[in-house]
Design a protein around this ligand. Sequence first.
Ligand code: ATP
Ligand code: MG
Length: 576
Amino acid sequence: MSEPTISAGDFIADTVRADNASGLYSGRVQTRFPPEPNGYLHIGHAKAITADFGIAEQFGGTCNLRLDDTNPDTEDVEYVESIIEDITWLGFTPNQVLYASDYFEALYQWAESMIKRGMAYVDDQDQETIKAQRGGYGKPGIDSPYRVRTPEENLDLFRRMKAGEYEDGAKVLRAKIDMQSDNMQLRDPVMYRIRRGHHHRTGDAWVIYPTYDWAHGQSDALEGVTHSMCTLEFVTNRPLYDWYLTHLDLPYEKPQQLEFARLELTHTVTSKRKLRQLIEDGVVDGWNDPRMPTLQGLRRRGYPAAAIRNFCTHIGINKTNSRHSLEELESFVRTELNRVSQRRMAVLKPLKLTIDNWPTEDGRTLAEARAAGEETAGMTTWFEIGNNPENPEDGTRKVPFSGQVWIEQDDFAEVPPPKFFRLSIGKEVRLRGAFLVTATEVIKDADGNLVEVRATYDPDSEGGNAPDGRKVKSTMHWVSAAHAVDAEVRLYERLFQVEVPGETTGDPLDDLHPNSQESLAAKMEPCLAPGVNGVDPGQVVQFERIGYFAADPVVPMLFHRTVGLKDEWAAQQKRG
Ligand code: ATP
Ligand code: MG
């Protein structure tokens, strides 16, 4: 990507500049994006990705993808693959794809060296006891009775832990730091636990696994990371990050941890655990459901990668947690789609409109043919309609018309309310790019339901312009009934109906919208059918007057509403 991804004012950029000036890393800048492969990436991760790759790019450095795979019970290769796919889709290329498990042996050797120097010990107590002894603020910690074990004994026990002599949970390795520290993270944190889950890369080679804190900084150090960015909740882990690294013999200059604010959005949750629950509860169809804030969901919904990048750049990297408006993100999506998407006509709630004076092939009119009891089709003519007014290079397409069209039910009113400028009996409107038409009568079924509207057209108004310059207020989209293709259209509401899901009850799932998906049987112009000149899987188009819609990447003739046309963000800003 060419445009700089991070604005110059960010504090992380300032730190890097200062480090470059002082020569701390000899001008080297290396970052990493370190997801745990236990779920799919979401919009929050996009911020971290943009920051990690963006800082590297801004300073001519490199950024690795490092899969933080230290928990065999919850991780899977499915997640690894989706993470790589999503980062690539977002437009970033990792310098290297690495795994914390690449360092299991090195981490183990480092742990032995800590033990030999009396800086780590094997504890036989269970998790609850260790947790209880940790104490709290103003509450002293209690030394484990095993804290006094000698290095020789610890080394022997640790080797036997590794050899699989003990059951899961029977022992842990802990760093011997300070049980009275004001920072709870420094009260002898756990470095290794015994776990027999099958690891997606190392199989059954290991039964002891490093904790996040023991793996993370050391992986950074082994890899040559200079600036290790993470979110604010890790501020209290930083002294531990530094403590470990200070006591090890590092191959590169010691990396530094820098924390920035998480991205939260209104009407959205960005916790993998909660997102998984939505799937398990059957609220959504999967990680790539178009209502999900996962990158796969947003992509299927039609969000362009560029819009997500631009949004992340715009919000920048900051130190205060805040919730951004979903409408703000949508505004970036709309801006991008307005630029790149082709205009098409589709009718979501179809009503038939017949032009009585439209000619048939044999020179009669549709009305005359009907009076003779014949179902004769109208003559077909093709109109050339522009694909995107924002981008004339997108050219035009030919749209068929044959005297009978689908219009939106909402565009016709039998009894028009005041200021209703669309179609009603005796009113003239413009069929976009075709003709001016005037409604003459309504046709109803036996139950009194409106099934068809009859109209006449002005043959001199080809293209939709009145020859005498008379004013016609309303322009409506339409689809030729004889040529229409059928498609399913899905409209989406916010998955969570309140701005801050879970704010009142504590559980976001209490705030789910009861009906966040609606399915419609729509009629579309024929060029929206898949095919040589048709819509590509995943392509987003603008249905004129309605909104942006993404063709499903897999299922033909299924469209997801990406966003509507109205910029609600601008409206919110105006209201202040
Ligand atoms: P979750 O709590 O959803 O499991 P996580 O933070 O555990 O998220 P990881 O896969 O460990 O997820 O995260 C990888 C990187 O992405 C970390 O550096 C993390 O800080 C960052 N990240 C995760 N969520 C957000 C967010 N909402 N905003 C910004 N960065 C995030
Ligand atoms: Mg995590």
